[in-house]
Design a protein. Structure first.
Length: 494
């Protein structure tokens, strides 16, 4: 019984050109073993070259059989190959004739061997020379290969192979980039000031001791609370990054900006610790040992805390931008000087007023509109740094008229917020298209703050899709939660 095995099946079992060439060389040596030619155990360079010629011969007979038949019968090649002026050499290999016959270059370079674009042998040759030349770029590799081989659609074939090279892929790999998400409800709906708040830290800032004291200098931090709908800002000074100190700053903030329903933050250890300390308190408050009235009152005032995935600062871009603005104003204000804690608290209050007076959008073209909309309008019905209003005590306004006046002013600001500010959030300035989606079981590289060659591998265990089905967060083995932009899918053939 005769079994016919195609060259594609044979080549598909090997990932190295050297290995398949060595095996072919041993097979050729076995066929010549009946002669008296002495052979050595080591395959020499000539035998390796003859083995490669054998592989090319079989491949050309398989792919270019029609062209070889035409040339053998003295006919011209098909139209796509006429520019190459193909001919068959004495080893019965199909070569490019070209116009360089009189050039002072080697024969292989004047008449390179023709290879198909999509074939396993071509892939092995590209991979072999790519590794041998220490992973050059596509252009340099193509220049080197053209000295011996003429690959059809060479640039496309080379680039497709280089995309599967793991060392090249890791310097640097491309991460998944989902389309920019739609804004959440708390960004585009009318809500009470600071009912949904983003939290972050800035610093450290070096403080000096009190006047007349020789106490050493110490670091302090700024805790920022950002009103998500209008970007209004509340600043609190924190002496360190401990959970206890953050809870004190949060208590001061909550006492002046209640009611607070939701808090959004990153996974800072101080924030996580704060939630861990608050959880027992919530269980205590909701237990049956307290009176129903107190329990119900505190249950209504409970605050929901949302953590962004680790290593995903773009999830909190709203408050990250306010951190940048705050640090910029502080550095310009104090320069190289050192402030006491009281002086820094005073400065933070002024900076808070300044940032809350920044316009949310450009001034409209209406000549009657003399003031740009600012975050302060939604806190005090006027920007914090505006001039004092004229005295209205002598105007004969009833209490109901005053209430209507204040309500109209408040409604006017929210109307402007909808008509002027929300439209500025419409465009996606980046991430306008969906990238390749992640799948459970995919092998990925996890982006870290180290060189790409030191990034760890991971296997996706679970995806966390949003309401629209787009997965921006994934759980990676072992039990890591990372945003999709921090995961780089590994090519399947690497």
């Amino acid at each position: 019984m005769t079994v016919h095995i195609s060259m594609d099946e044979i080549l598909s079992k090997f990932s190295s050109l050297q290995k398949i060439s060595r095996i072919i060389a041993y097979c050729r040596r076995f066929l010549r073993s009946r002669t008296s030619i002495p052979v050595t155990k080591i395959i020499n360079a000539d035998e390796m070259a003859q083995a490669l010629s054998t592989l090319i011969y079989v491949t050309q007979r398989q792919v270019f059989a029609e062209e070889i038949a035409k040339l053998s019968n003295g006919h011209s090649c098909s139209k796509p190959f006429r520019m190459l002026d193909l001919f068959i050499d004495r080893d019965e290999l199909l070569r490019v004739g070209g116009r360089l016959r009189h050039a002072d270059i080697p024969y292989m370079q004047k008449h390179p061997v023709l290879l198909p674009s999509h074939h396993r042998l071509t892939d092995l040759i590209i991979d072999h020379h790519h590794r041998m030349l220490h992973h050059p770029g596509a252009m340099a590799l193509q220049t080197h290969l053209q000295r011996k081989f003429w690959i059809l659609s060479a640039r496309q074939a080379i680039r497709s192979r280089l995309r599967l090279c793991m060392p090249c892929y890791r310097t640097p790999p491309r991460s998944v980039q989902p389309k920019m998400a739609t804004l959440p409800k708390y960004r585009v709906q009318q809500i009470k000031p600071f009912s949904v708040t983003g939290v972050d830290y800035a610093g450290p800032i070096t403080l000096k001791g009190q006047r007349g004291q020789s106490s050493p200098r110490r670091n302090a931090y700024i805790c920022l609370f950002v009103y998500t709908a209008t970007k209004a800002l509340h600043l609190e000074l924190s002496s360190d990054l401990s959970t206890e100190t953050f809870l004190l700053a949060f208590t001061r903030f909550a006492a002046r900006r209640r009611p607070i329903k939701e808090i959004h933050s990153d996974c800072g250890s101080n924030f996580v610790g704060a939630v861990n300390l608050l959880n027992p308190l919530q269980h205590l408050v909701t237990s049956t040992t307290f009176q129903d009235r107190v329990r119900n009152h505190l249950s209504k005032a409970q605050i929901t805390w949302h953590f962004n995935p680790p290593s995903s600062p773009h999830f909190g871009g709203l408050w990250e931008a306010r951190v940048k603005s705050t640090k910029s104003l502080i550095s310009r204000s104090i320069g190289i000087h050192k402030l006491t804690s009281e002086e820094l608290i005073t400065l933070l209050t002024k900076i808070e007023a300044t940032l809350n007076s920044r316009p949310l959008c450009a001034l409209s073209n209406d000549p009657k509109d003399l003031e740009a909309l600012t975050p302060g309008h939604f806190l005090n019905l006027e920007p914090p740094t505006s001039l004092p209003d004229p005295c209205l005590e002598n105007l004969p306004l009833s209490k109901m008229q005053r209430w209507r006046l204040v309500s109209d002013i408040h409604r006017h600001f929210w109307t402007r917020w909808k008509n002027e500010y929300l439209s500025t959030l419409q465009l996606r300035k980046k991430w306008t298209e969906h990238g390749k989606p992640l799948n459970v079981g995919d092998l990925v590289l996890i982006k870290e703050n180290t060189p790409p060659l030191y990034w760890r591998y991971g296997r996706i265990l679970a995806l966390h899709p949003e309401a629209n089905g787009v997965s921006r967060v994934a759980t990676v083995h072992t039990d890591l939660t990372r945003p999709a932009v921090k995961l780089c899918p590994v090519p399947s053939s690497c």
